[in-house]
Design a protein around this ligand. Structure first.
Ligand code: DCP
Ligand code: MG
Length: 394
């Protein structure tokens, strides 16, 4: 198929132009501007690495995390998933579902280095690589370094290269936008490859459960069910005005996505402003002790993600989402960059200590933010405290 190849920025401008002209971007117009997007996601990432590196774990139900009563599962092998064990599940629940489940502690430095290996493979094809986490990324291969016209061919090559280099399998989704490429990569997991072609996109979305849509979490899904929306085809019955009234800005996205349209660009983040990780719990938690254990895991994850050579941040932010979805954040800025687990965990504990946990908490996140050299006035107070503490210590 002959396609027009727009530079992504030209293409975005063109979409803005269409919008400003109040023009409906029809699926057929979109078809003419088609891009080739691949989404790659490693299979049972942490767990597969542990099975690769330890023969005793192979073919067995395995969880990465702490088995202790208050621990949670970070990742589960496919064997463990057969018993219903999932990421973010309390270890206690996981052991009830699968009594012979093996637990092993996370090795985040290893996960980070495997992540670097796969990201390097992506970069062989294009600069337009947008990592979403350690184990997944979007690639825009419309134009690529090898001039390969088939995105499916590229996806196959990438899967092969990942396997040769890391001995691990990945699943790939190929489509004409991010929304569908991500759904496609999940469709034939593990070791999957699934393609959603432009001519099939709109119909594919009709059969999709609403929970699979981008931006639809538990709460939105519940609101949609109330409106009688269970699938993409139900969603399509609503006008853009109705959807924006019910869901605000997201309503516009839902309207387009229901028609197989997603105009988000693949955006490589050349200069990361922050690096973080968060965990939503299966059950809401009010025990400080349990939150501290989760903080431990999240801090390890964040440190695993930062590449110490090119990420220097001094501000640590703790994010807490309460059971009623109210979000609070607490930050602290120090004099020195936070680069070690010990630093991050200590600051995290300090930020967590005064938090009221009684309304029960459903999510905990930690972020390290890159700082300008100037110090924001809001941070000055924290700095002063740290300085005083430091003086006292001397
Ligand atoms: N992870 C985590 N806590 C979560 C979810 C994920 O620590 N709540 C970590 C462990 C996973 C890795 O991130 O191995 C990648 O997350 P994915 O959602 O891609 O899950 P997996 O790669 O484990 O499995 P899948 O094969 O479904 O992609
Ligand atoms: Mg994965």
């Amino acid at each position: 198929m002959q396609t027009f190849q727009f530079h992504p920025y030209l293409y975005k401008t063109f979409l803005f132009y269409l919008r400003s002209q109040n023009s409906q971007i029809t699926p057929s117009a979109y078809y003419l501007m088609v891009r080739k997007i691949i989404h790659i996601d490693m299979d049972a990432f942490f767990a597969s690495i542990e099975q690769r590196d330890n023969e005793a774990f192979r073919g067995k139900p395995l969880a990465v995390g702490y088995a202790e009563a208050r621990g949670v599962v970070a990742a589960a092998s496919y064997e463990a998933r057969r018993y219903g064990v999932r990421s973010a599940m309390p270890s206690k629940t996981a052991l009830k579902k699968c009594p012979h489940l093996i637990f092993t502690h996370g090795r985040y430095d290893v996960y980070k280095s495997v992540s670097n290996e796969i990201m390097e493979i992506f970069q062989e094809y294009t600069d337009l690589v947008e990592p979403l986490s350690l184990d997944e990324a979007f690639l825009d291969v419309t134009e690529n370094r090898f001039g390969i016209s088939s995105a499916t061919e590229i996806a196959k090559e990438i899967k092969q290269k990942i396997f040769e280099k890391t001995n691990l399998t990945a699943s790939a989704g190929v489509s004409y936008n991010k929304f569908l490429a991500k759904i496609a990569s999940d469709y034939r997991k593990p070791d999957g490859l699934f393609i959603i072609r432009p001519k099939d996109g709109e119909q594919f979305v009709e059969t999709l459960e609403i929970e699979r849509f981008f931006g639809v979490g538990k709460v939105t899904a519940e609101a949609m069910h109330q409106m009688g929306i269970k699938t993409g085809s139900d969603l399509k019955q609503f006008s853009e005005a109705q959807l924006t009234q019910a869901f605000g800005k997201a309503g516009h996205t839902f309207y387009l996505n229901a028609r197989g349209i997603d105009d988000r660009l693949v955006e490589p983040d050349r200069e990361r402003k922050s690096m973080g990780a968060e965990l939503t719990f299966e059950h809401d938690i009010d025990s400080l002790e349990q939150l501290q254990l989760i903080l431990h895991e999240v801090a390890e994850d964040v440190i695993g993600r930062i590449d110490k050579r090119d990420f220097i941040g001094r501000t640590v932010t703790l994010k807490i989402k309460y059971a009623d979805f109210q979000i609070i954040t607490r930050s602290k800025t120090g004099f020195v960059p936070v680069t070690t687990f010990e630093q991050l965990y200590r600051i995290g504990l300090e930020l967590l200590a005064p938090i009221d946990t009684s309304p029960k908490i459903r999510l905990l996140g930690l972020t390290i933010k890159r700082n300008d050299n100037r110090i924001h006035p809001a941070d000055a107070y924290q700095l002063k405290i740290q300085f005083e503490e430091w003086k006292n210590e001397r």
